[in-house]
Design a protein around this ligand. Structure first.
Ligand SMILES: O=C(O)[C@H](O)[C@@H](O)[C@H](O)[C@H](O)COP(=O)(O)O
Length: 238
């Protein structure tokens, strides 16, 4: 379902509330969470909501994606972004976080490690952002819809847009990411899209099904909601 909120803050409040409820109600909560700018306000709000709760102790977080060749402790890595916004303020233990290692020697093994974990610990809640080109995780337009993780060559748009995460110009070539079907198989998925800069891609996602964008793979499921703010939804037909 598509839900349009007044602004980014309202989207964040709704998402943070759901994350808190998911964590409270699930006996074995496993969250798959996007990094990037979109969910930052939701994480900030979630951390605030969780201040006096011990539910955090049962949370497990699995990685959605990571840049190949980028150390997890460097600024701009997906791990580092989530660490700052979530892992560290929530005081999560290392054992609660299962993340792709973008500098692993054997990426096939890295994918198998993640897939094995998810098979044994099914994802209960996923929060996705959407790239300027309609990507989900690092599943780029034109990449196959997989029920396992893989290494995907990055599009020029993604390489360019991703520079905003790094302190200095950074050469990126590939990403390691969960597959679209793995994301779809989460018990619950929220896709958040905010800001006017996403308005054009939002129009394509909802009004041009012929463009076969990764984000369109998540349309039409009862357990998957798209949360937009009015700025991102501005070109949608009423
Ligand atoms: O960062 C991630 O973990 C995801 O790989 C990526 O798919 C992201 O959600 C989009 O690129 C949107 O990024 P922004 O939220 O920064 O616009």
């Amino acid at each position: 379902m598509l839900k349009i909120f007044e602004n980014e803050e309202a989207v964040a409040i709704e998402i943070a509330k759901e994350m808190q409820e998911q964590l409270r109600n699930q006996p074995n909560p496993v969250f798959c969470l996007a990094s990037g700018s979109t969910p930052q306000k939701s994480y900030f709000q979630f951390v605030k909501n969780m201040e006096n709760s011990s539910d955090r102790k049962k949370l497990k977080v699995v990685s959605l994606d990571e840049w190949i060749g980028i150390d997890r402790n460097s600024t701009g890595s997906c791990y580092q972004m989530l660490n700052e916004d979530l892992f560290s303020p929530l005081k999560l233990d290392e054992s609660q976080i299962v993340f792709f290692n973008g500098t692993a020697e054997d990426m096939k093994r890295e994918c198998e490690r993640m897939d094995g974990f998810i098979r044994n610990n099914p994802i209960t809640f996923s929060l996705m952002g959407v790239g300027m080109n309609g990507h989900i995780g690092l599943n780029e337009p034109g990449s196959p819809v997989l029920d396992y993780s893989s290494v995907i060559p990055l599009s020029e748009t993604t390489k360019e847009v991703a520079q905003k995460y790094f302190d200095e110009p950074t050469t990126l070539s590939d990403g390691i990411t969960l597959g679209l079907d793995q994301i779809k198989n989460s018990s619950r998925v929220v896709v958040a899209i905010t800001g006017e800069r996403k308005a054009e891609i939002v129009k394509q996602i909802f009004h041009h099904p012929d463009t076969h964008l990764p984000a369109q793979e998540l349309l039409g499921y009862d357990h998957i909601d798209f949360y937009l703010d009015m700025a991102a939804a501005r070109y949608l037909n009423k």
